[in-house]
Design a binder for this molecule. Structure first.
Ligand code: SAH
Length: 400
């Protein structure tokens, strides 16, 4: 068994059950990519069993803080069972569910979403790469989903020294070698939504906004919003929500053509008139400026941009970018109108995000009531020992 010894004082974070050790905290020791190592304090005290990652800044990711626990197939089966059991108790009213949410589920570097009979997974760390086969078998056995597609084509794999990988990881044998389509229809808030696990973003869809999309439908109805602008719409989840809420003129803006095509398809798939929806393949920032020039205004606006700040180091530039789009959105909002504004940047805390949006309102000369703070759905849990896990934050604002 390889041993990693930390520098004096660097044991504190593992003792608080935070699962990461950075390169600079290690005094001596090493291992192969993904190898299980024993991590100990400078005086030899056991701290954790962990996966070693020789090329990552996060050199060590803890598997277990229990010295008696063995890191083997049964360990992964237990962790997956626990994660799936939590989702069952959450009684999520959808067949699109995040089953494994990385660190929060004690499985650092693993993301698994279930879409109907299809699992879509990302293996994002050296440790996960090493245990991939064991995990794939356990996932199929525990969920009963026969189809497992791998979407390990995320850029973060580079940081772990891993190549991008994409394709079927588990698929039942067929006599003619035929493969299930990578398309699937899920049901969310009573709507039908389609996605393609091979072509969609991340694992195929953004399940973390499920409850916020449901809330948006109710708010649009309550506030009698008719004209709605959905920025960074992806496949139009918030647009379908707006239509359900009674909106008559919904615009989805995204820079992905395939995502927008799906957004338009979702409008008619859910029984709404195609003419109630406009899909705009464009940069959001430019579109907001264009709408201001044209003198257009909206009863409700959603801003759900991609991650502007991947880490705290990018917080400054990201803050300016968030402020910019929020200022423009405030200008486009009718009095009494609704703004749902989000940040999914781990590097931007909730308090900072609130300040940015407040500053944007000031610059636009607009005040608003803060109706509600929003977060990710509970199948994307956080733990009390891993604050980095809290990435999605949102505000519901009603313009005065
Ligand atoms: N609200 C969506 C998820 C948004 S994900 C939902 O509920 O499903 C962020 C989206 O922003 C992606 O679809 C991406 O294509 C889009 N995007 C990224 N940069 C953009 C830009 N500059 N202008 C327009 N869209 C952009």
């Amino acid at each position: 068994m390889k041993v990693i010894t930390l520098r004096e004082g660097k044991e504190r974070s593992l003792l608080r059950r935070h699962p990461w050790v950075f390169q600079g905290s290690i005094a001596k020791g090493g291992g192969d990519a993904g190898e299980t190592v024993r991590v100990q304090a400078h005086d030899g005290q056991f701290l954790a069993w962990a996966a070693f990652s020789p090329s990552s800044q996060i050199r060590v990711r803890a598997w277990s803080f229990d010295e008696a626990e063995r890191i083997d197939a049964a360990f992964f089966q237990r962790r997956i069972q626990e994660a799936v059991a939590l989702r069952q108790r959450l009684a999520i009213d959808s067949d699109g569910i995040r089953l494994i949410h990385g660190e929060a589920d004690g499985l650092p570097g693993l993301i698994v979403d279930q879409y109907g009979d299809l699992l879509s997974a990302q293996f994002l760390s050296a440790g996960m790469e090493r245990w991939k086969d064991v995990i794939a078998d356990a996932l199929v056995a525990i969920t009963g989903c026969p189809y497992l597609y791998e979407r390990s084509d995320s850029g973060v794999r580079n940081l772990e020294g891993l190549e991008p990988v994409k394709g079927w990881l588990r698929h039942p044998e067929t006599t003619d070698g035929a493969r299930r389509s990578t398309e699937v229809t899920i049901h969310e808030n009573g709507w039908k939504l389609t996605l393609d696990v091979a072509e969609g973003h991340k694992t195929g869809y953004y399940l973390d906004q499920r409850d916020n999309r449901g809330l948006f439908a109710r708010l649009v109805r309550q506030f009698k919003c008719k004209t709605v602008l959905n920025c960074y719409s992806y496949t139009g989840g918030f647009s379908v929500a707006a239509l359900e809420g009674g909106a008559t003129d919904v615009t989805s803006v995204d820079s992905s053509g395939p995502a927008l095509a799906r957004a338009s398809a979702h409008v008619t798939l859910n029984g709404y008139e195609a003419s109630a929806h406009t899909a705009l393949d464009a940069d959001v920032n430019g579109s907001l400026r264009q709408f201001i020039k044209e003198g257009r205004t909206f009863d409700a606006i959603v801003l759900d941009p991609p991650k502007f700040a991947p880490s705290a180091a990018h917080a400054d530039r990201a803050s300016r970018a968030y402020k910019d789009i929020n200022r423009l959105a405030f200008k486009l909002l009718n009095p009494g109108g609704l703004l749902l504004t989000f940040s999914c940047s781990g590097g931007i805390g909730g308090e900072l995000f609130h300040k940015i949006v407040a500053g944007a309102g000031m610059d636009a000369g607009v005040d608003g009531y803060l109706l509600k703070r929003l977060e990710a759905t509970p199948d994307h849990p956080t733990t009390i020992t891993f604050p980095e896990g809290e990435y999605l934050k949102g505000l519901v604002i009603v313009r005065k």
